[in-house]
Design a protein. Structure first.
Length: 321
């Protein structure tokens, strides 16, 4: 049985501020990933190196963190959930989104990825066999229709490979959030109730989850990063983007986000994530010199509205037959 909430007004405020800090860090991920990888016309670091190299940097830091804090080793079914989480947030999202933003600008990617909170709720409902309301499913379908319509409009009437990559990245990230949340105690991912993924004692803290996910990925990410390392000089700005996604997108951002959820309450703090696509678009303009037109803002506002409404729809936590 979940513990009775003892959240104070001070904790709620701190949690909201930390949640906003986490969202702001994540909002820079797409622009910084494009800065690191460049475009098709002016490539910089290979998308595979950006994806795997950032996981290596964050994985080494995680190894130090786990050692210093004396974190316990995962056990039993926790290993399986850690592996599933790694597949989504260490391999799937970084690689697919990195490949996508070489072909489309960060503003475009921000609108498509705006359905991430709603996609997380959908995957949570399916994997936990919950029964969302009809209004919830209507919002989910509306969100998908909006991002597909936006992609078709930007693609002059057709979808591009990058749009498929971005939708795949959203699915990977959502699945990773859900499996990771099942390992945590009191700090579930947005739209996901922690459900004790492993037997035998308390689960891992949210900080420990992301650190163990990165550490167990090192045997794969390290050789892949070495194999895809740059052999020709790249711009200093590309290394700046790489440093950002390694330290903040892959590591520090998760600490702020999950701590904010724990202090301020998941339902309250997770609502600020709907601001992420707007922040991504606004930051992409000065960082990358991208153009933000009125129709893109209209689509982004519509996606935000659908996500906001969808996240507020009731979900029957009783599992369906």
């Amino acid at each position: 049985m979940p513990a009775i909430s003892t959240t104070t007004s001070s904790d709620a405020t701190r949690g909201l501020l930390l949640g906003l800090a986490g969202v702001a860090m994540f909002a820079l991920s797409l622009p910084m990933t494009r800065l690191a990888g460049g475009s098709v016309d002016a490539p910089q670091l290979a998308p595979a190196f950006v994806a795997f190299g950032r996981a290596v940097v964050a994985g080494v830091l995680s190894l130090l963190y786990l050692a210093v804090t004396g974190a316990r080793w995962p056990r039993g079914g926790e290993w399986r959930l850690l592996a599933l989480t790694a597949g989504g947030v260490v391999f799937g999202w970084p690689l697919l989104s990195g490949l996508a933003v070489r072909q489309v600008d960060a503003v475009h990617a921000a609108v498509i990825s705006g359905v991430l909170p709603l996609a997380t709720a959908v995957i949570a409902a399916l994997s936990l066999r919950q029964r969302p309301s009809a209004a919830f499913w209507a919002c989910a379908l509306a969100g998908l229709a909006l991002v597909v319509g936006f992609a078709a409009w930007r693609g002059a009437g057709g979808l591009e490979l990058a749009d498929g990559l971005l939708l795949g990245a959203v699915v990977c990230a959502s699945a990773g959030y859900v499996s990771g949340a099942r390992l945590t105690v009191g700090a579930a991912a947005p739209g996901v109730a922690a459900s004790g993924g492993a037997r035998g004692g308390a689960g891992l803290s949210a900080e420990q989850v992301i650190c163990w996910v990165l550490v167990i990925s090192l045997p794969a990410t390290l050789p892949l990063a070495i194999a895809t390392r740059p052999v020709a000089p790249v711009a200093a700005s590309a290394w700046l983007g790489f440093a950002y996604v390694s330290l903040f997108s892959m590591w520090i951002g998760f600490f702020a986000w999950y701590r904010g959820l724990a202090l301020g309450g998941t339902l309250r703090v997770s609502q600020v994530q709907v601001l992420q696509p707007f922040l991504s678009m606004l930051l992409a303009v000065p960082l990358l010199g991208e153009r933000l037109d009125a129709m893109t803002l209209v689509f982004a506002a519509a996606v935000l509205a659908v996500v906001w409404v969808g996240k507020r729809q009731p979900v029957d936590v009783r599992r369906s037959a």
